[in-house]
Design a protein around this ligand. Structure first.
Ligand code: 13P
Length: 248
C-alpha cells in the first residue's frame, strides 16, 4: 500500500506578511523537485498573503484551527467556509497547544473535524501523550481514546490525516526515537483498522511531529508506518526544504 509522503509545517504564532513571504520565496526553488505533498499551516491572518506567495509552487496553505459552526455569534472564530474561500486546503485540529492552553478536548476536536470534512478541508488531527502518561504506561489508552472520541462519526477516514505528536517531544529538541515513533504510529494504524477497516487504515497518512528537523527526518521517514512530518520550529527556516527533500 503506497501512501504519498506529506510534509507539513506548522508556523504556530510566528511570522509576518514580510517574513512569511520571504521564506516562501526562498523555499520555492529549493523544493521544486519534491515528490511529496507539502503544506504550511500559517496564522489565520497571514492566509491570504501566504496563498498568494505560494501560488505556482508545490506549497499548499493550511490553517491552524477551524470553528465547528457554519457561522454565527462566535466572536473571534473562523469557519471552514471562510478558510475554503481563501484557498485553504488543510487544517490542523486538536494540536496539543490548543488542548493545553485553550481548553480544547476530544469533543471539540471531533466537532471541528466533522466541520472541516463537511467543507472539504483536509483535517490534520493531532493526537499524542504527555510524558506522565507515557511514563505511566498509558500511551496506547490515551491515543485510543483520542481517536475514538476525536473521530466519532467520521465516515471516510481516508479524507483525513493524523499527526502523532508526543507532547514531550514538541519544541523540546527531544525527538522520539525512530523505533518509538514507528511503534506508536503502528499502534495508531492498528487502532484505525479496528475502528474503520484494514483497507482504509492502510490508506490514512499518519505524520510524526515533535522536534523533527533536517538532521533526524531521514530516519523517521524511513519507518514503514510514518508517512510524513508535522514540523514546528524547523518550518520557520529554509531547513524545511531539507525535510521536504528527505528522499534526496
Ligand atoms: P516542533 O517541531 O517545534 O517540536 O513542533 C512540533 C509541532 O508541534 C508541530 O505541530
Amino acid at each position: 500500500m503506497s501512501r504519498k509522503p506529506f510534509i507539513a509545517g506548522n508556523w504556530k504564532m510566528n511570522m509576518t506578511v514580510a517574513t512569511g513571504t520571504k521564506l516562501i520565496a526562498d523555499l520555492k526553488p529549493l523544493i521544486k523537485e519534491a515528490k511529496c505533498d507539502v503544506a504550511l499551516c500559517v496564522p489565520a491572518i497571514l492566509i491570504p498573503a501566504m496563498v498568494k506567495a505560494a501560488k505556482g509552487s508545490k506549497i499548499k496553505i493550511g490553517a491552524q484551527n477551524v470553528h465547528f459552526a457554519d457561522h454565527g455569534a462566535y466572536t473571534g472564530e473562523i469557519s471552514a467556509e471562510m478558510l475554503k474561500d481563501y484557498g485553504v486546503k488543510y487544517v490542523v485540529i486538536g494540536h496539543s497547544e490548543r488542548r493545553q492552553y485553550f481548553g480544547e478536548n476530544n469533543d471539540t476536536v471531533n466537532q471541528r473535524t466533522l466541520a472541516a470534512l463537511k467543507n472539504e478541508l483536509t483535517p490534520i488531527v493531532c493526537i499524542g501523550e504527555t510524558l506522565t502518561e507515557r511514563d505511566a504506561g498509558d500511551t496506547e489508552n490515551v491515543l485510543a481514546r483520542q481517536l475514538e472520541l476525536g473521530l466519532h462519526g467520521v465516515e471516510d477516514v481516508k479524507q483525513l490525516v493524523i499527526a502523532y505528536e508526543p507532547v514531550w517531544a514538541i519544541g523540546t529538541g527531544k525527538t522520539a526515537t525512530d523505533a518509538q515513533a514507528q511503534e506508536t504510529v503502528k499502534f495508531i494504524r492498528k487502532k484505525l483498522s479496528k475502528m474503520f477497516s484494514v483497507k482504509d487504515a492502510n490508506r490514512v497518512r499518519i505524520l510524526y511531529g515533535g522536534s523533527m528537523n533536517a538532521g533526524n527526518c531521514k530516519g523517521l521517514m524511513a519507518q514503514p508506518d510514518i508517512d510524513g512530518g508535522l514540523i514546528g520550529g524547523a518550518s520557520l527556516k529554509t531547513d524545511f526544504a531539507t525535510i521536504v527533500n528527505f528522499d534526496k
